[in-house]
Design a protein around this ligand. Sequence first.
Ligand SMILES: NC(=O)c1ccc[n+]([C@@H]2O[C@H](COP(=O)([O-])OP(=O)(O)OC[C@H]3O[C@@H](n4cnc5c(N)ncnc54)[C@H](OP(=O)(O)O)[C@@H]3O)[C@@H](O)[C@H]2O)c1
Length: 277
Amino acid sequence: MTQAPTPLDRNAAKSKYGPWAVIAGASDGTGEGFARELAAMGINLLLISRRREVLEALGEELKAAHGIEYRVHVQDLMVEGAGQAIIDAASDLDVGLYVSNAGADAVGKGFIDEPLERWLGMITMNVTTVVETCYHFGRKMRERGGGGLLVMSSGSALGGIPFLSMYSSTKAFEGNFCEGLWAELKPHNVDVLSVLAPLMDTPCFRRNTEGTGFLMAASLAWDPFVISQRSLDWLPHGPLLIFPNLTNEEDRLAEMDERRARVEGSMALGESFNEPA
Ligand SMILES: NC(=O)c1ccc[n+]([C@@H]2O[C@H](COP(=O)([O-])OP(=O)(O)OC[C@H]3O[C@@H](n4cnc5c(N)ncnc54)[C@H](OP(=O)(O)O)[C@@H]3O)[C@@H](O)[C@H]2O)c1
């Protein structure tokens, strides 16, 4: 697809990505944006993050506004077992969409200057938890004959960045992982999209840059709710959605096409692993 898609049809989206969506990191920024968009489509929500009261206030508001059901699960995604805890919390729900939203770098320091545990926590959140949940929900969606997996990555996935070495590496994992998975799950009517998001003016971004000399002003950053809405529009058109930071919009569409063509081109090679000699 070389052009931006038309907005997602709400009724079609509800039937494919409902009746329940799970959002890991739902209390603010793009995660809150996903919750608002999905609730407006009439999709029930399992809202996950570390702050119960914020999730409950959001759930109550969306229930009153759209008549949806919601459930809250408090979970730190950086701890071992987070993926299984999410799976358990959703065990009685018919989940049509899983959104892996949380995953920012709240460290922003040199790799060897920080305790190793901080980086291992980032790997747990951006790699292990993503793998565990996508494995589980991907299988369930294949069984039910459709659904979607949406993983928030970052433009930093396109290449290593000093002082974001671990972050950009884990985000590259998310992007590459989703490219392959997109092709594998496409025949099963399961959409996979990884969003290589641009700089966004989220509460996390504000916290991390406040009082620092960070060169990119918040005024240059995108509105996270715009990113959530556009990401949902692109969900049926994976595998990657690359947003321009300060670059040309056409360049990123060309790059998305090029990467999709590479994945499609390697499908026959991948399938040949599973064929008899
Ligand atoms: N902001 C940017 O400029 C930017 C740029 C490119 C890509 N991205 C990507 O976009 C996504 C959203 O970024 P963001 O800036 O909004 O910050 P974020 O911290 O990744 O996401 C915020 C949401 O995630 C939850 N969260 C954060 N850490 C968590 C943890 N350890 N366990 C459970 N929940 C956690 C927060 O809720 P609680 O505080 O209640 O736990 C909140 O709901 C991330 O994947 C990030 O990598 C962001």
